[in-house]
Every structure is written in C-alpha cells, then in structure tokens.
Design a protein around this ligand. Structure first.
Ligand code: HAM
Length: 419
C-alpha cells in the first residue's frame, strides 16, 4: 500500500519550490536592510512554554496543539507559533545583558491541529520578526512599515492593514469588567463556547462566528473607548508613524487577535483573498510576555506571516507568471560512449564558471539526450564528438532559435555567462 503524507501537510516540490525560494530570498535580503538577525529555535519545546506563553484561553492551546510525552515522560509540543520560542531563547541566553533592542527574524514550520482547508494546514510555515526591549511607539510603526514593505516588495496588491489597541494590564481589566456587566444581561443567549469565554476572556467573543453572539458583542463597549492615557498616547504615536511613512491602514476597533499575550498595538493584514483564512499576517505588542516567561520586565513586539497564504495570494495575483531566468542552463551531449569523459570535464569547467550544466547519466543515445534536454528546459546544448575534441571547437545550439555556432571552450564560457 502507498503511504501518503499526513492530513493537513503538503510537499513543496518541482516548480513550487522556486516560488518559495523567490519569497525567502526577498525576505532575507530585506532583513539585512533593517538589521535583524536570524534565530533558529527547535521545532519542539516543553508544553509549559506554550501554556504560559500563548495562553490557556486561546484556541491554539485549547484544541490545536500537537502534544505528546517523549520517552523520558516529558510533555513536549510541536511549536504552534514562534514568539514564545524566541522569547524563551532570548531569556535562556541572557539576551537582556546585550545591547537592546534585540531584533530577530525566523522562517520555519509551525504546527496546529485544526480542520485543514485551502490556506489552513496542520504543518504550515511562518516568517516572523520579534523585537525585544523597546516600548517606543515608533518601533511599532517601524515594525508595521517593515511588514508592509515585505508585501509591497513581493508585488502583492489589495493589501488591507487593520490595526487596533487592545490596552494594557492597567486598562484592560477595567474594560473587561464593563464588558462583562454588559454581557451579563445577554448571558443566556450566548453560545456555550462564549459562555466559557465570558468567564475566562470575554474579549474573545468578538471572534465568535455565531450570529447572535456577534449581534450582542457588536453593541457592547469597545476597548478603544476604555484605553488608559498611556495606551491612548501610544496608539496615537503609532498612527503618526504610519502617516509619516505613508503606510495605509484602517482602524478595526473590534479586532482582538487569537493569542493572549497582546498588549497595546495589535494588527492583521489581508490581501484580497476572501473567507476565514484570508489573514496573511498578524502581530502586535506583548509587553508582559518576557516577564511571564521568567525574564526581566521588558517589552516586545513582532508579527508573523503565513507563507502558504503568501504563495496562494501571489499565485492568484499572477505574480509567478513571468519568473525571469537569471542563468543559462546548458546540456552537454556526448555523441558516443567515447566522449563521456570529455563531457564530464566540460560540465565540471562550466559549473566552476557559474554556468548551470548537466550531462547524461542515463546512458541515453544522442537523440534521447536531446529529448531530455528539451524536457528539462535547457537553453543550450553543446554536442561533443570525436571531431569536436580533435578540433577543440564545440557547437553551441540555442534551443529556442535552433541557431548553432562553434566556439572554443573559453569562448563558450564567455558567451554563456553573458546573460
Ligand atoms: P497568528 O495570527 O496566529 O500569529 O499567525 C500568523 C499568520 O500565520 C496568520 O496570519 C496566517 O497567515 C498564518 N497561519 C496561522 N495558522 C495557520 C494555518 N493553520 N495554516 C496556514 N497558515 C496559518 C502568530 O502566530 C503570532 N506568533 C504572530 C506574532 C509574532 N505576534 C507577535 N509576534
């Protein structure tokens, strides 16, 4: 029986991997300009990290974690997101003793056990950034500008950035109480999940799909109306930065985000794809998380982008339709077995001169080699026979125009590198 990949996972192969390389190389290039350093953390961590870091009232911790006991009876969880791991590593390696802020970025797989559908997978990939150590609202602005710069640099259109402030431990409890007072009157009409949310985290009722719950919560008090002076001023300065740097945004006073650690600025971005899986990135401030995880009282902010959703969006927007070729691909054909060694030597020399070169390793006849060269989209074929070796000139055939010119090896290299 054929074994298939697990549900909710996917292989990235053939032409698709090129799309990932385009995106990933753009990301790495941009990170250099903003002076962020890559961090690679393990894909599994102690379960406790996410219980404390992501929060036990979130869907992620409640029902989406891949948790198991290892052979040493330790509870292990495949990371559902990157922020908690980065903060854990920052604390563990004493990042707070270094110059602040610490600026990290990461690319890698995340794992969430949810119902798979287009744009939602059980193993998916995130690119994320985390900055630890500054409470300055202009940092929020810079991080948001960076996120938008990424999408713009990839050519993504129809971007919609929504921002909100979700308050801080000073103003949020006051708001929570006010919200609970309002919801108490409608408690019996809330769905069972929201009745639990009412107790644990009533703000999450905004995320409920149930129409009645939506109707109730939509008429309730908003966190933005109850922000303390500090949060209000912070939010004003974030908006100021975005205005200065021409970043378009809308304020969504109902956005709360599905993770518990957010304080002050929270944001989400879509790019024209409809439906529940439309968010291609999101993030916010987490000024209490470093302390919550046993570190010093330092603020943090970051975001993560869902790379599968970026690929889907770019496909839909036709952004992979004309991927320009950056290098020539050359197939070196041997007329007979006698010429194989000469083909191997030429391929070796071409590769050393940064030319993509391939020769036969299937013992094909010359005709079969040409067929193969066509299939792998070779731009040129060089044919090597006894005469070519004797004269030290080789026919370079352009596979698109059919034109063929004889060159010495030096001339071949010069011509092929000149794309
Ligand atoms: P998040 O909103 O849970 O935030 O995820 C960020 C992005 O990951 C989403 O906008 C989406 O594009 C993608 N994503 C999430 N779940 C899936 C899935 N099952 N399949 C495919 N893509 C998915 C975080 O993870 C936070 N750690 C972001 C952050 C960083 N906040 C501060 N720093």
């Amino acid at each position: 029986m054929v074994i298939k990949g697990p549900k909710g996972t996917h292989d990235i192969i053939s032409n698709d991997i090129k799309k990932w390389h385009i995106i990933e190389s753009k990301l790495v290039e941009l990170m250099e300009f903003y002076d962020y350093c890559e961090i690679r953390t393990p894909i599994f961590e102690s379960t406790e990290l996410f219980l404390r870091g992501v929060g036990d009232t979130t869907d992620i911790v409640d029902k989406e974690m891949y948790t198991f006991l290892d052979k040493g009876n330790r509870s292990i969880t495949l990371r559902p997101e990157g922020t908690a791991s980065v903060v854990r590593a920052f604390i563990e390696h004493g990042g707070f003793n270094e110059v602040l802020p610490s600026k990290f970025y990461y690319i890698g797989p995340m794992f969430r056990y949810s119902r798979p559908q287009t744009g939602r997978y059980r193993q998916f990939h995130q690119f994320g950034v985390e900055v630890i150590g500054s409470i300055n609202p202009y940092l929020d602005g810079e991080v948001l500008e960076l996120m938008m710069n990424i999408f713009n640099s990839l050519g993504i259109k129809n971007l919609n950035l929504e921002i909100n402030s979700v308050g801080c431990p000073k103003c949020r409890p006051v708001h929570k109480e006010e919200l609970k007072k309002y919801l108490k009157k409608n408690y019996n009409e809330l769905c069972p999940t929201c009745q639990v949310r009412y107790e644990k985290n009533p703000l999450r009722i905004f995320d409920c799909k149930n129409e009645k719950c939506q109707e109730i919560i939509n008429n309730g008090p908003l966190i933005t109306d109850n922000l303390c002076e500090e949060c209000n001023e912070h939010f004003t300065n974030v908006k100021n930065y975005l205005d200065m740097t021409n970043v378009d945004y809308t304020i969504n006073k109902k956005m709360v985000r599905g993770l518990d650690y957010y304080t002050k600025t929270a944001f989400e971005i879509t790019a024209g794809r409809e439906g529940a899986q439309s968010s291609i990135g999101g993030g916010g401030r987490y000024d209490g998380l470093i302390e919550e995880l046993g570190g010093p009282s330092l603020p943090g902010i970051g975001f993560a982008i869902g790379l599968e959703r970026v690929v889907l969006t770019m496909e839909e927007q036709g952004l992979f339709d004309n991927i320009p070729k950056t290098k020539n691909k050359v197939y070196v054909a041997n007329v007979s077995d006698n010429n194989i060694d000469a083909a191997v030597k030429l391929v070796h020399e071409l590769r050393n001169n940064e030319i993509i070169a391939i020769n036969d390793i299937m013992s094909r006849k010359l005709k079969g080699q040409f067929k193969y060269a066509n299939k792998i989209d070779a731009d040129y074929v060089i044919t090597i026979g006894d005469d070519e070796i004797a004269n030290n000139t080789y026919p370079l055939k352009n596979m698109i125009t059919g034109e063929q010119v004889y060159y010495s090896i030096d001339e071949l290299i010069k011509n092929l590198r000149g794309v």
